[in-house]
Design a protein around this ligand. Structure first.
Ligand SMILES: [Fe+2]
Length: 303
């Protein structure tokens, strides 16, 4: 009986918080806050959170915020390792069908990379295995998209991004590249390697307590955009990487695993401005029309 009274009190508290939400609040905001309150309260009841655990959680979130600055985003990392980023990605790209699959943005994207020309080297003298990446950007109807913009970023051969290193002299291993008249792109770089997400902050401590490794399989980051089309944020993963099945951020999708083929031919390497042995990979990105453009296109099909 006593437990039942207690249960009612707890439930009433949840309803009381929700009842304080103003009817004038933005409808979407109301829906989000109602659900958030129900789930957070439900979570507290479910695990019967102790006061010490609640305070630990406050300290953890505080430390997560304090670890963030203009180069470090510990909250994105937290979202990534808990699978929340991939869940947001999944609910926002349901039924994308023929388009290139998406994956996490990750914490290392930086605006304002320099634009390079097709065939240029984005690794700018960094040590590593020479690599050539090429492909096309297409619409879902198979039309090549010329002038599509690829924003590229990757770690160095030791698994670090420029923003994690001191004194890199600005943006490194990042570039913007536009497709040519036939929708083609090509660039030189170094082979990416698997790497650990930063473990020197609160997220690293949590991973450790969960008994999880911090590794991401080797990948190149791409953000591919074209006017009138939905932007695709994705990676290309290196086939054969030992962490493909246990990516710490749950970002791997089969369609994004690509064969980076080793080639020992000095003649072929020279043609591409590389030294043998080198690795080459090819991938076509497929974008779909943005909502408005898609609707207009569908309407014009009917007419
Ligand atoms: Fe990455």
């Amino acid at each position: 009986m006593e437990a039942q009274v207690q249960n009612e009190l707890e439930t009433r508290l949840t309803e009381a918080v929700i009842a304080r939400l103003s009817d004038d609040a933005d409808p979407r905001f109301r829906r989000i806050m109602q659900s958030l309150v129900r789930h957070v309260h439900g979570f507290v009841r479910d695990v019967e959170l102790t006061e010490e655990e609640w305070f630990e959680a406050i300290k953890f979130l505080t430390a997560t915020g304090q670890k963030c600055d203009d180069k470090r985003q510990e909250f994105i990392l937290l979202s990534d390792v808990l699978g929340v980023s991939m869940l947001v990605d999944a609910v926002n790209h349901r039924g994308s069908g023929a388009t290139t699959e998406t994956t996490v943005l990750g914490p290392f994207f930086v605006h304002g990379a320099k634009e390079i020309e097709n065939g240029d080297d984005m690794s700018a003298g960094w040590e590593g295995e020479p690599t050539y990446v090429s492909g096309r950007v297409l619409s879902t109807e198979g039309k090549p998209l010329s002038g599509a913009l690829l924003d590229l970023w990757q770690s160095n051969s030791e698994g670090s991004y420029d923003v994690q290193l001191a004194d890199t002299g600005g943006k490194q291993l990042r570039a913007k590249l536009r497709t040519d008249a036939e929708g083609r792109f090509r660039f030189r770089t170094i082979l990416p390697t698997s790497y650990p997400v930063p473990t020197d902050g609160p997220v690293g401590l949590v991973l450790n307590r969960m008994g999880r490794h911090p590794m991401r399989p080797a990948h190149l980051h791409f953000m591919v955009s074209a006017p009138g089309y939905d932007t695709v944020v994705t990676h290309l993963f290196v086939k054969g990487d030992p962490y493909l099945d246990s990516d710490v951020v749950f970002g791997v999708k089969d369609s994004l695993i690509v064969d980076f083929k080793r080639n020992d031919s000095q003649a072929e390497a020279q043609k591409l401005g590389l030294k043998a042995p080198f690795y080459s990979a090819s991938y076509d990105f497929v974008l779909r029309r943005a909502d408005k453009a898609r609707q207009a296109h569908a309407a014009s099909d009917v007419l």
